[in-house]
Design a binder for this molecule. Structure first.
Ligand code: NAP
Length: 340
């Protein structure tokens, strides 16, 4: 069955997702787009055979032509659109972060729980990345014994001018927050953010950051967040266990040997590094929604917990020190399933 999708926010990732959703293998079409920049919305709609540019996200959600909604606008706008989609009873895929405060993500959880069915999926795409799935298999299989320590790095070549210090946590490290909960099937219980010597290339930004997470079973995780490394985009993760380690391999597809040196090409950005994860993520979402099954991927609850942890990390960044994390009870709607 064809799934007719409306996309709100047609900037970088919005256009990436549209490329996958319009005429994609799961039988989806993009029938409507909306953006704060009306000219951009018209230009994007003009390149799609069956799409209209609508005047706003609210009109798109209310449109009878739209079966399901994708929210890829700027983070602070997510809450309103996700709540409107829930109220309209339409499945909604929302890019991370689900919203920008834990009060906002809680309102989404409460609205969905009141609706009584899972309509929301959050764009935590690492759960769909084949390399991260292999990493999780390495942990779950027990081949390295009990995990003890984890070393991660999240490095961006550069960030846009509107990027703020808090976004290093709320927009960037939020991927690691979800990854760790998913990788170990347990919660983060405390966080502390350290501010090392500042890079001269980051302008006013406090860059890099070192974030230390404590998992419920005592595993300690250090995450380097660097957003001005210039050489490319790199995601690292190594889990050190009692009897061995498992780590993400070098993502370069080839190594070049010449003139006495070995070179491995580094992905330019997230679009290149995680292309396959977005393919799988959206294909699975379309299949689930088209089959009228409840959303199966990262839930509004996952978005909420990530936000609670992100807010705690921001408190540590602003005020210093270790911040303990207490989570509220998980509503029954979000009981764990066998999904990715
Ligand atoms: P972007 O290029 O700035 O695109 C956002 C678009 O939304 C822009 O066209 C913007 O218009 C528009 N917009 C802003 N406010 C709006 C509103 N109220 N209603 C409708 N459209 C609105 O940003 P992006 O990099 O694509 O990021 C978008 C979201 O995706 C963010 O939440 C980001 O964290 C997330 N993201 C996720 C991943 C991932 O790996 N999962 C990767 C990248 C981004 P103006 O330019 O006129 O403001």
């Amino acid at each position: 069955m064809a799934l007719d999708v409306g996309v709100i926010g047609v900037g970088m990732i919005g256009q990436e997702h549209i490329r996958r959703l319009d005429g994609g293998p799961g039988g989806s079409r993009v029938v409507a787009v909306a953006d704060a920049d009306a000219e951009r919305a018209s230009a994007v709609a003009g390149r799609l055979p069956g799409a209209k540019a609508l005047s706003g996200g609210e009109e798109l959600i209310a449109s009878d032509a739209v079966d399901a909604v994708v929210v890829t606008s700027w983070g602070p706008t997510h809450e309103g659109y996700v709540l409107a989609a829930i109220a309209a009873g339409k499945p909604v895929f929302c890019e991370k972060p689900l919203a920008t405060t834990q009060e906002a993500t809680r309102r989404i959880v409460d609205a969905e729980a009141a609706a009584g069915r899972r309509l929301v999926q959050v764009g935590f795409n690492r759960r769909y990345d084949p390399a991260h799935r292999a990493l999780k298999h390495g942990v779950d299989s027990g081949v390295i014994g009990a995990p003890l320590l984890v070393h991660c790095a999240h490095r961006n070549a550069s960030v846009p001018p509107h990027y703020t210090r808090d976004m290093s946590i709320a927009d960037t490290a939020i991927h690691e927050i979800d990854e760790l909960r998913w990788l170990f099937d347990q919660e983060i219980t405390a966080v502390q953010v350290f501010t090392p010597r500042k890079s001269g290339r980051g302008g006013d930004l406090q860059d890099p950051l070192l974030v230390l997470f404590e998992m419920a079973d005592g595993v300690l995780v250090d995450v380097e967040v660097s957003v001005n490394v210039h050489y490319g985009y790199e995601i690292r993760c190594e889990v050190s266990g009692e009897t061995g380690t498992v780590q993400l391999a070098d993502p370069a597809p080839v190594h070049i040997r010449r003139e006495g040196a070995v070179a491995a090409l580094v992905p330019a950005d997230w679009r290149e590094r995680f292309a396959l994860s977005y393919d799988i993520e959206l294909r699975e979402w379309v299949d689930t929604v088209a089959a009228a099954r409840p959303a199966e991927g990262p839930s509004a609850w996952d978005g909420h917990v990530a936000q609670v942890v992100s807010d705690a990390a921001l408190r540590s960044l602003h005020d210093g020190g270790r911040v303990a994390i207490e989570l509220p009870a998980r509503p029954g709607l979000y009981a764990p399933t066998e999904t990715p």
